[in-house]
Design a protein around this ligand. Structure first.
Ligand SMILES: Cc1ncc(COP(=O)(O)O)c(C=O)c1O
Length: 495
């Protein structure tokens, strides 16, 4: 028995590998000429969904051919210069190659006595420095902002519960309920964390916001006092740097002061906004991040890295380790050999087996330099300011919220339309815009009203792309406004 998954003929595999690389470079270099999104034909959909379990080998050539035909042409569009939906980065050609190198090398990044572990330590250290957190801060790379926030909040719960929550869990009766606080504009991953941590959604208090969508500090103070008076145990306030809806940043220094006064953990969700700190010009917007007890941010958003990569930094390294570390005998550290240095990354989060996602960040930071990332981030902010100005100057467009960072919310304003009609028209407009392949914004609801939302974490966008967006929105809006009884709201006919 000498089975293996290595190719029988390495020369043939090399030729196929070179073709794959050439095809992907062609794909990336011509991305702007393609539609921002296109719907899958039914034949493609069923080719994938009806394929039966491939028990016999089909060969790499055929598997690759199916990828080229049925998969590659139908992504959600986030590589495209006119994709601004949700908060999805583009990735970069260099980081794509780094991911291939990481996968080829395939090291196990629980830790171990190996160069890849030193690379991850270095990336975390560079990120710590960029975020202005003190030496000795601990960190780990994770899959995304959701997990980064969960890890940070797990440490918060462990550090502030007031009892050994790892040993006892939350099942013992008679203890005060642990409560956390975030604004109503916080990302839904805060709720996911509260639920996963066993606190429950209700224990995550949503604090109202001011006119600029920033947490109302007076309301926060009242909520914490009310919880204390009711016998609950407040443990943590979650500030946001760059909210998902509008790009607002809470008053982080004030929240940091409040947490210090009250003995609360100060967690910051900086999923994309934290990266504004790379730019000296934008840094004041996210001032106070450096005071976080724990800070979560993505590199696959505003550092343009391919999915998945995010980071969580924790000021108190012992608390970080204390929330996760466990050392069964089969993972015991030695002073020499392969496991010398232990498994530090496994002790700072959920995963034991971890890939080498640090490599793409390390190579990207070295190759492009932090100054380049700062300029790209500034460019995205300038693009949003430009778009906001164009919207404000256009009598058929209406801005829905301030645009302090890289997000702008707006809609087509049909003269005399009721709020319901305006919602329905813009909902349909957005879908038609996406289906046209011209551009991909997404949507949100601002003060109860539907808004088209553009979030730019895109290093390929040019000013002309924004002009095309404005033209397309007005054109489709005019078409819909001209047909008051037309098809609205995702195919639903208006009564
Ligand atoms: C403010 C904020 N927090 C958290 C997240 C979740 O991050 P991820 O999608 O990487 O899990 C997002 C995603 O857009 C976000 O904008």
């Amino acid at each position: 028995m000498n089975h293996t998954l290595d190719p029988a003929n390495w020369d043939e595999f090399r030729a196929l590998g070179h073709r794959m690389l050439d095809d992907m470079i062609d794909h990336l270099s011509s991305i702007a000429t393609k539609p921002a999104w296109q719907a899958m034909p039914e034949s493609v959909r069923s080719a994938i969904t009806t394929e039966t379990l491939p028990t016999a080998p089909q060969g790499a050539e055929l598997a690759y051919r199916d990828f080229l035909t049925n998969v590659l042409p139908y992504p959600n569009g986030n590589l495209h210069p006119r994709f601004w939906g949700w908060v999805q980065g583009n990735g970069t050609p260099l980081a794509m190659m780094a991911d291939m190198l990481a996968s080829g090398m395939n090291p196990h990044l629980a830790g171990f006595n190996q160069a890849p572990a030193l690379v991850e330590h270095r990336v975390i250290e560079w990120l710590r420095e960029l975020m202005g957190m003190p030496a000795g801060t601990s960190g780990v790379l994770v899959t995304g902002g959701t997990t980064a926030n969960l890890v940070g909040l797990t440490v918060a719960r462990h550090a502030k519960a007031g009892f050994d929550i790892r040993e006892e869990g939350l099942q013992g009766g008679g203890r005060p309920a642990l409560t956390m606080y975030c604004s109503v504009e916080a990302h839904s991953c805060a709720q996911k964390a509260a639920e996963l941590l066993g606190l429950g959604n209700r224990s995550l208090r949503r604090i109202t916001v001011d006119d600029e969508f920033r947490m109302d500090l007076g309301a926060l103070r009242k909520a914490v006092a009310a919880d204390r008076a009711a016998g609950h145990k407040p443990i943590c306030v979650i500030g946001t740097a760059g909210t998902i809806n509008t790009g607002a940043t809470d008053d982080l220094p004030a929240i940091a002061d409040f947490c210090a006064e009250e003995g609360l953990w100060f967690h910051v969700d900086g999923a994309y906004g934290a990266l504004a700190r790379l730019s000296p010009a934008l840094r004041p917007i996210v001032r106070g991040i450096e005071r976080a007890d724990s800070l979560a941010f993505d590199l696959h958003k505003w550092m343009y890295q391919p999915f998945e990569i995010a980071c969580v930094l924790v000021r108190d390294a012992a608390a970080h380790r204390g929330a996760f570390a466990m050392t069964p005998s089969y993972l015991a550290e030695t002073t020499r050999g392969v496991i010398a240095g232990g498994l530090p990354f496994a002790e700072r989060g959920i995963d034991l087996t971890r890939g080498f996602k640090a490599l793409k960040a390390w190579m990207s930071m070295k190759a492009h330099g932090i100054d380049t990332f700062a300029r790209l981030i500034e460019q995205n902010v300038e693009q949003v300011r430009y778009l906001a100005e164009r919207i404000d100057a256009h009598d058929k467009l209406e801005r829905m919220a301030p645009a302090p960072l890289n997000v702008v919310c707006f809609r087509y304003a049909e003269a005399g339309a009721s709020p319901e009609r305006a919602d329905a028209l813009n909902r349909e407009l957005l879908i038609r815009l996406q289906e046209s392949g011209e551009a991909v914004p997404s949507s949100t609801v601002i003060r109860g009203r539907f808004a088209i939302r553009v979030a730019i974490v895109n290093h390929r966008t040019r000013t002309a792309d924004l002009d095309r967006l404005v033209s397309a929105v007005v054109r489709i809006g005019d078409e819909l406004a001209g047909h008051p009884g037309g098809i609205l709201a995702d195919g639903v006919r208006e009564a």
